[in-house]
Design a protein around this ligand. Structure first.
Ligand code: CUA
Length: 323
C-alpha cells in the first residue's frame, strides 16, 4: 500500500519545487516558503477573527437594539495600512535579492559551459570546447557553478526542471543565460513549458547530474567519433544511412553524415530514452520509429520514408552499435 502510494507520488516529488536540488532552487524555495508562511498566517488570522467576532458580538437573548456604532479608529487604520506596506516592502526586497542571487549578470568574457538549443521537438546540448553534441539527455557535473546559454532554432521554448530552479525561455535570435549549481548526482526531470507546437507535450528534459569524475569520463567517451560498424548488416546500415535521406538531417561524427537539422546520433545507443522521453531506447522501439515516425510522434520533422523492412533492420542494427 505504502509502496504504491510512493510509486504514484514519485513523479510528483521528482518534479516538485518543494524538493530543491540546486543552489538556485534553494534560494527560490526559501522565498516561496516565506510567501507560504505569510499567506498561511494571514488565512489563520482571518479565520480566527471571523470566528471570534461571530461568538463575541452575536445578539444575546432579549437584545433588540442596534449594536453601538463606531467610526474613525485611527490606530486601526494605521495598522491596516502600515501592516501591508511593511509586508510588501519585505517581500519586494526578498524578491529582488533572490533574483540577484539566482540570476547574476554574466561577466564579460565568461564563456558558457553548456549551450542548449530548443528545436521542435527536442533539445540540442552542446559542450563548447569539448567537441561533444548530445541531445535530450543533459549530462552535467555537480558542485560547479555552470553557465548555460539558451537558444532556439525555431520557435519559443521554455526550459524548466522544477528541482533545479528557475525557468528560462529559449527565444529565436537571442541568447538567454541560466546559472546552475547542482548539489548531488541524480536524474532530474522537467519539460518544455511554453507551447511550441504539436509535440510540445513530448519535449521532456532529462538532466543527468554526475560527480565531476563521472562527468569527465562521459565527456571523454562522447568526444570520440562514432564506432565503426563491425558486421555486414551494420555496414549496410551505415551505407543506407548515408545514401537515403538520414544523413540529410543527422550527424554521426566520423562518418560523412554532418547535418545538424535533427539530433546528433554519434552516441545514440548510449542514451536511455528516445524522442525526448517518449519511449525507452531499445531495438524494438527504434525499429518502430524508423519504420513509421509519423505514427510514433505525429508532426515531428522526420517524414515516413517507407523503407523496406530489411533496410530498416540494417539501419537500426547500425544505430544500435553507436554506443
Ligand atoms: Cu518546446 Cu514546448
Amino acid at each position: 500500500m505504502f509502496k504504491s502510494i510512493l510509486y504514484f507520488l514519485n513523479p510528483i516529488l521528482l518534479q516538485s519545487v518543494e524538493n530543491p536540488a540546486s543552489q538556485q532552487a534553494d534560494r527560490i524555495n526559501k522565498l516561496f516558503n516565506y510567501f507560504n508562511v505569510a499567506a498561511g498566517a494571514m488565512l489563520l488570522l482571518v479565520i480566527f477573527l471571523i470566528v471570534y467576532i461571530c461568538i463575541k458580538f452575536r445578539q444575546k437573548k432579549g437584545e433588540t437594539d442596534e449594536p453601538v456604532q463606531t467610526s474613525h479608529n485611527k490606530k486601526l487604520e494605521a495598522a491596516m495600512i502600515g501592516g501591508p506596506v511593511l509586508l510588501l516592502a519585505f517581500f519586494f526586497y526578498q524578491t529582488i535579492a533572490t533574483m540577484n542571487a539566482v540570476s547574476p549578470s554574466v561577466p564579460k568574457n565568461r564563456q558558457p559551459d553548456i549551450v542548449i538549443t530548443g528545436h521542435q521537438w527536442w533539445w540540442e546540448v552542446d559542450y563548447p570546447g569539448a567537441n561533444v553534441v548530445a541531445a535530450n539527455e543533459v549530462h552535467l557535473p555537480v558542485g560547479k557553478q555552470l553557465l548555460m546559454e539558451m537558444r532556439s532554432a525555431d520557435v519559443i521554448h521554455d526550459w524548466w526542471v522544477p528541482q533545479l530552479g528557475n525557468k528560462m525561455d529559449l527565444i529565436p535570435g537571442r541568447s538567454n543565460y541560466l546559472w546552475l549549481n547542482i548539489h548531488k548526482p541524480g536524474t532530474y526531470i522537467g519539460a518544455c513549458s511554453e507551447f511550441c507546437g504539436a509535440q510540445h507535450a513530448w519535449m521532456r528534459i532529462n538532466v543527468i547530474a554526475q560527480t565531476e569524475s563521472d562527468f569527465n569520463k562521459w565527456l571523454a567517451a562522447n568526444a570520440k567519433g562514432a564506432m565503426q560498424p563491425t558486421d555486414s548488416v551494420a555496414i549496410k546500415g551505415l551505407e543506407l544511412f548515408q545514401s537515403k535521406s538520414c544523413a540529410g538531417c543527422h550527424r554521426i561524427q566520423g562518418t560523412a553524415a554532418t547535418a545538424d537539422v535533427g539530433p546528433d546520433l554519434t552516441h545514440l545507443a548510449s542514451r536511455h530514452t528516445l524522442l525526448t522521453g517518449l519511449m525507452e531506447n531499445n531495438e524494438a522501439n527504434l525499429f518502430k520509429w524508423v519504420s513509421h515516425p509519423q505514427k510514433i510522434k505525429p508532426g515531428a520533422h522526420m517524414p515516413d520514408f517507407n523503407f523496406k523492412k530489411d533496410s530498416v533492420n540494417a539501419i537500426v542494427h547500425y544505430l544500435e552499435e553507436l554506443k
